[in-house]
Design a protein around this ligand. Structure first.
Ligand code: GDP
Ligand code: MG
Length: 293
């Protein structure tokens, strides 16, 4: 077997550039992330697949829990990050001293897990400063491999990616590579709504709907999603909406809750019902919904 797979856990303070890094690394190759992924203790940010590799990037969700539990959660967070990672990425930004959380730092020093330290935002400082920083960090964390990068400008990310691939253990894929490929966050949104419809309505209704995500705006504080529930007939529209809109509202609430858990973010979910007459027999529509090539 020459297939490699593993979990790459990213830790670091807020705002150091973790999301930017993820977008750059995973990019177009972003693969979703099934609901099953949540059964691991980590939030999976993205999976990169190629023929011989599956890299599962994640961070931990503990950070958004209420403040009074903060102490406890810091421990969980630290513990979780080290539990099942094959590689730990510790991300810092230039100038950061990184000693704020001593417990985490002790863990980083002691861990046997391969450690990559990404020194981000080097585009904002002089080369000399970067050199000093590398020296500073290699003294603090001698075991870490240090990579100066700019996630924003995609500088040095190819080097990081190849090194991750080298360090991954030999393993079969953890998640189905076929079903994951080319799926997006939008796909996950559709599936979540569809799941609620399957549970909530009877008979042929669930098989007559197709969900489309029309808008997906990831803003800092909130994720705004507008989705259309396509139905095949006018009568189905009434059923989906329900008396005074109660049924649709229920679906929306249930789906929103799941999505908030999944994305770890506040969600604004706008649901519309649209009659797309006999879409199941319309090859153009089927193609649009991704059922045919
Ligand atoms: P996160 O909280 O760790 O996920 O950080 P984000 O990825 O959201 O980034 C926080 C801020 O830093 C954003 O404004 C990014 O545009 C910015 N940022 C991220 N990477 C870089 C970089 O390499 N250079 C510069 N100048 N800014 C960056
Ligand atoms: Mg982020």
């Amino acid at each position: 077997m020459n297939h490699k797979a593993g979990f790459v856990n990213i830790i670091g303070n807020p705002n150091v550039g973790k999301s930017t890094l993820m977008n750059a690394l995973v990019g177009q190759r972003l693969s979703i992330i099934t609901s099953k992924a949540q059964t691991t203790r980590h939030r999976i940010l993205g999976i990169v697949n190629d023929e011989n590799h599956q890299i599962i990037f994640s961070d931990t969700p503990g950070v958004i829990r209420p403040a009074y539990k903060l102490q406890e959660n810091m421990m969980d967070f630290v513990h979780g990050a080290f539990q099942d990672a094959d590689i730990i990425i510790y991300m810092i930004e230039t100038g950061e001293k990184g000693l704020k959380d001593d417990h985490l730092f002790q863990k980083l020093i002691q861990t046997q897990i391969p450690l990559m330290l990404l020194l981000n935002k080097i585009d904002t400082v002089e080369q000399e400063f970067v050199k000093n920083q590398i020296e500073y960090w290699s003294n603090l964390l001698p075991k870490a491999e240090i990579f100066p990068i700019s996630a924003l400008n995609k500088f040095n990310l190819d080097v990081v990616m190849s090194r991750i691939k080298e360090k991954l253990p030999l393993s079969p894929a953890y998640y189905d590579k076929d079903t994951l490929t080319d799926k997006s966050e939008r796909f996950f949104v559709c599936e979540t709504i569809r799941e609620k419809i399957l549970k909530y309505y009877k008979k042929e209704i669930p098989y007559s709907v197709e969900i489309e995500v029309e808008e997906f705006f990831d803003e800092d504080e909130i994720l705004k999603i507008r989705a259309i529930i396509n139905v095949a007939r006018e009568s189905q529209k009434g059923i989906i909406i329900g008396h005074r809109g109660h049924a649709l509202k229920k679906i929306g609430t249930l789906a929103r809750r799941d999505l908030e858990t999944f994305f770890q973010k506040k969600i604004f979910l706008d649901l519309f019902v649209k009659v797309n007459k006999d879409w199941r027999d319309d090859s153009k529509q089927l193609k649009r919904f991704g059922y045919q090539n």
